[in-house]
Design a protein. Structure first.
Lengths: 490, 496
């Protein structure tokens, strides 16, 4: 059932307004904080108010402006979009609170929080985009809004990372635009509301080229190898920004774009016939394994997290590329599972850095005694990545492996197993170092400020919640299943 | 009233008479000449409105001067492409308004009346060029337009301005000769100068002179519109001229080449005497190269007006590429971009003019942080920047979208790639500009207390910025307006 409802457009708009107000608040700390938190809260409120309806199967739509028939800006909150927006807006609130604590003494806070709030707006814009054009618009705006965050420190290194980031993502964006124009030319529409709008009439070569165009465009932000180069260098940004880039906004928008391309632009049937997804799945599998192996050798905490992100994102791509309902479920829920676990880890890395100044893993000996809660949260996230039952990551691995078997590609089930081992190989040493190695200095319990510790613990709790409540009605998992039912026409 | 026949000829004569009389009515302060020019432009704009209403009602129409029937007498013709006069009059009007304070500060008092004379003459040339149905008159009006443009570039009397104007003059004169040569050849072939008549008589002409004629016309018009590699006169001329003049030059005068090409196409396609696919291929490639080269050079400019000038080259590239692709979508997109680019570029040049006038600085470095002291102007310029990149929902989007679709339609996806990546480069340098306005710290030394420009400068900029948004949201209107003309143009090609 479709309902016209302005809330879908209001969700991006309200954060936009709050972002503007943050800029207007200039150097007034109270109002800056007030509007930053308001942006996150207001958006979360609006998204959550649509959740019950969405769970009942209602789809909210709103056409903003139509330039010519089929070309316009429109919003639509279907199950997949709702899932993504619920995840991102929940995390946003935590990240905002964390950022307020983390950025306490940094310069240029006005610019930082202003663009931070604008990023909320654009991410939800991508989630609720009804057509490729709207999606492209927000996708590009997100790039622009995150650039000032990446270069926040304005060191030569940061500026260089910022340039790399822009070159990668803007080029990707250009491919997305090209793909959108092409799609419109072939299909006469750019809507994302159907389970596939293209047909085989366009010809195999054309369709393959278009698929490569769109996937390459979105794949830059989803950091599919070899398009991942920007991500590790962008680690120079302040930690809340890394969290934002890696868990909530940028990379997820890329992964979401890949899902939209596969499910709503091409459609499962067409892709099965076309056969290009086998290549994408293979590429994703290679990314999963390679990035994990690289991660093992990183001593810098944030760099290890970065390569883990690259590996984890390809779970989503792999799940989508397998074109089986169970794998698709895994792909969608992994948007949430990876996000909550990864953001927990980034929060931990940031808290340690702010509290003790340590940025490399070998320095962390005994840190578990000094920051027990923080490292406890880290352990939860690490176990989730390894895929232990009761933790969120298990759900992904289970469904992804089932999906691989369902589509007769058992090799990918083996990739899942291997990846679990690799994850254990690079996460558990950190846990071991933190809790079982003798600390270098005298142990004093010294946790981060509550604005940083609170979000860390909340996200870790979510990881457990997502892992244990899969079959509870009303949880986002139901949305993922609704999305799968829709795209597979079941 | 709207269908009163002589209106069309009065439309051309009004700015001409106004121009000639300006020095006579002016006083020492230049105030009277401003009022006179303003009045003339208001009257001309009202006539433009009436004429466009008529073409909306009844389609193209013409007027025979003195009652001499078409092939013998002079014919004035008004079709959908002629609706460009709307934006000509609007920009002319706003440029005159903008000039009130600007001219007083930038020019010697004795030159002010002549400045308005030249501006009005420029308008006359523009309007005449657009509505004439006669090839020789086309040339004459183009010369009125070009000569006044050379003088306008040089009007400040500075050495650099004179050099730029001279460069412009040399290139312009050669291109005019080339066009005259082409017109002469067509006359020799057909014995007629009336465009519709020439179209009818061309069939069966010898091929070699025909190719030469069209080549000469194309070459001339391409210099006028500064297509790469014939663009070298443009950056200096547009950057050094007074800002209202830059707006007119960049928004309108370079479009003469494009409109001229459209007339050439009307003749060539209509007569069916010549196959233009080779020419089209060349134009498409040159257009694509212009897009990328213009944008590429713009990235390295620090002078804001220089940057805008290079941006004009790349936008002309879009339009020429659209013409060259010759598919319905791309032609519609290109024709509408002729309108929209005029609006957008005028926003940018007038906005830049206001910034330069108030701060006395013209580099991005010098203008750092100006967003704090002149928020309205910088907001307007930013809207212009977003429009010219082609981000929805602004005016630049739909035209570029249509040109890209046209490339797909013509099965030349490569050019859509050039278009998209050109837009990316354009985006990069406008981001630099917006970044300088808002996020860089003002230069500390000697920054005077800057505030918004006077209303005569601010209001035109704001009106244009608002139009950039309106034309984006209502982008469908100009598209559907120009569609019949494009359909007619392509009809002889067998449905395109």
């Amino acid at each position: 059932m479709e309902v016209v409802d302005a809330r879908v457009a209001l969700a991006p708009a309200i954060s936009l307004l709050c972002g503007a107000l943050v800029f207007a608040a200039a150097d007034n700390t109270f109002w800056r904080r007030f509007w930053s938190v308001s942006a996150a809260l207001a958006k979360l409120g609006i998204v959550m108010s649509m959740l019950p309806g969405s769970l009942r199967g209602v789809v909210y739509t709103f056409d903003l402006v139509e330039f010519t028939p089929g070309v316009g800006l429109a919003f639509r909150a279907d199950a997949l979009g709702m899932f993504f927006s619920v995840v991102s807006s929940t995390l946003w609130l935590f990240t905002t609170v964390y950022a307020i604590g983390y950025m306490e003494r940094e310069p240029n806070r006005r610019r930082f929080f202003g663009f931070f709030a604008l990023c909320v707006s654009t991410t939800v814009g991508v989630a609720f985009a009804e057509n490729l054009l709207t999606m492209f618009l927000f996708y590009e705006t997100l790039t622009i809004c995150t650039y000032p965050l990446v270069i926040h420190d304005e060191t030569p290194e940061a500026m260089r990372a910022g340039r790399t980031y822009l070159v990668y993502t803007l080029t990707g964006g250009a491919f997305v635009l090209l793909g959108s124009i092409w799609t419109y030319q072939l299909a006469g529409t750019m809507t994302l509301s159907q389970p596939g709008i293209l047909s085989m009439e366009a010809g195999r070569t054309t369709l393959t080229a278009l698929f490569v165009c769109l996937i390459a465009g979105f794949g830059v932000k989803a950091a599919i190898m070899p398009l991942h180069g920007w991500l590790p260098t962008a680690m120079v940004a302040p930690t809340p920004v890394s969290a934002l880039l890696h868990a909530v906004a940028v990379v997820k928008v890329g992964a979401f774009g890949v899902l939209r391309t596969i499910y709503n632009v091409f459609g499962v049937e067409l892709l099965r016939e076309l056969g290009v997804c086998d290549w994408l799945a293979a590429l994703a599998a290679v990314t999963i394994v390679t990035a994990s192996i690289i991660a093992i050798f990183q001593d810098n905490f944030k760099r290890r997290l970065a390569f883990s992100t690259i590996s984890q994102l390809s779970y989503i791509v792999l799940g989508a590329a397998l074109l089986s309902p169970l794998a698709a479920t895994a792909a969608i829920v992994h948007i949430a599972n990876q996000a909550f676990a990864k953001i927990t880890m980034f929060f931990v890395a940031g808290s340690i850095q702010r509290t003790t100044g340590k940025t490399t893993i070998h320095e962390l000996a005994g840190i578990g005694y000094r920051m027990p809660y923080t490292m406890g949260a880290f352990t939860v996230a690490a176990l989730s990545f390894i895929g232990i039952p009761l933790f969120a990551g298990f759900v992904t691995k289970w469904y992804l492996s089932l999906g691989a078997l369902e589509s007769d590609r058992w090799i990918y089930a083996l990739v899942m197993l291997g990846s679990a081992l690799l994850n254990a190989a690079y996460w558990l040493p950190i846990v071991y170092t933190a809790f079982f190695k003798a600390p270098h200095e005298e142990v004093v319990v010294q946790e981060a400020h509550w604005t940083m510790l609170g979000p860390t613990l909340a996200c870790a709790a979510y990881v457990l919640l997502l892992g244990m409540t899969v079959s509870v009605p009303g949880m986002p998992f139901a949305l993922a299943q609704a999305a799968v039912t829709f795209v597979f026409g079941m | 009233m709207t269908s009163w026949p002589p209106l069309l000829v009065l439309f051309v004569l009004t700015p001409l008479v106004g121009a000639v009389l300006t020095p006579a009515v002016s006083d020492t302060s230049g105030r009277r000449s401003w009022e006179w020019a303003l009045g003339t432009m208001l009257l001309t704009s009202a006539m433009a409105g009436a004429l466009i209403m008529r073409v909306l009602d009844e389609g193209p129409f013409s007027y025979v001067v003195g009652g001499w029937v078409a092939p013998y007498g002079i014919e004035l013709r008004f079709d959908e492409f002629s609706a460009f006069v709307a934006v000509v009059c609007l920009l002319g009007l706003l440029a005159v308004i903008f000039s009130r304070h600007y001219a007083r500060d930038a020019l010697a008092p004795g030159r002010i009346p002549y400045y308005y004379t030249l501006l009005l003459l420029n308008m006359t040339g523009m309007i005449g060029f657009i509505v004439t149905g006669d090839l020789f008159n086309l040339y004459v009006f183009m010369e009125i337009l070009s000569l006044s443009a050379y003088a306008l570039v040089a009007i400040s009397g500075e050495k650099t301005a004179e050099m730029a104007a001279f460069k412009y003059l040399v290139m312009g004169a050669v291109s005019s000769l080339s066009i005259l040569f082409g017109v002469g050849l067509l006359y020799a072939l057909t014995g007629s100068l009336n465009m519709a008549d020439v179209t009818g008589r061309l069939a069966g002409s010898a091929e070699a002179p025909l190719v030469l004629a069209f080549a000469a016309l194309t070459l001339g018009f391409m210099v006028k519109s500064a297509l790469f590699p014939l663009h070298i006169w443009l950056p200096d001329a547009h950057a050094i001229a007074p800002s209202p003049v830059s707006a007119v030059l960049s928004g309108l005068v370079v479009k003469v080449g494009i409109l001229g090409m459209l007339r050439v196409y009307q003749i060539a396609y209509g007569s069916g005497a010549i196959d233009l696919s080779g020419l089209n291929l060349m134009l498409t490639w040159l257009g694509a190269i212009s897009i990328v080269m213009g944008a590429f050079f713009a990235v390295f400019q620090d002078d804001i007006k220089m940057m805008l000038a290079y941006s004009t080259i790349s936008n002309i590239g879009y339009i020429v590429m659209g013409l060259g692709l010759a598919s319905p979508y791309s032609l519609i997109g290109a024709s509408v971009h002729v309108f929209n680019h005029a609006l957008i570029k005028a926003t940018l040049f007038l906005g830049a003019g206001a910034l330069i006038h108030q701060t006395g600085r013209r580099t991005l470095t010098g203008l750092a942080g100006v967003g704090r002291s002149m928020p309205l102007t910088t907001a307007a310029v930013s809207i212009g920047a977003i429009s010219i990149v082609g981000i929805p929902p602004t005016a630049g989007f739909l035209c570029k979208w249509y040109i890209a679709l046209g490339a797909m339609q013509a099965e030349e996806p490569l050019f859509a790639v050039a278009l998209v990546f050109g837009a990316l480069l354009i985006f990069v340098y406008y981001i630099r500009m917006v970044n300088a306005f808002y996020f860089r710290k003002p230069q500390e030394a000697g920054a005077p207390a800057v505030h918004e420009a006077p209303a005569t400068m601010l209001v035109p900029v704001l009106i244009l910025a608002a139009l950039c948004l309106v034309m984006g949201v209502l982008g469908r209107l100009p598209l559907s307006f120009i569609e019949p003309a494009v359909t007619r143009l392509l009809a002889p090609l067998g449905g395109g």
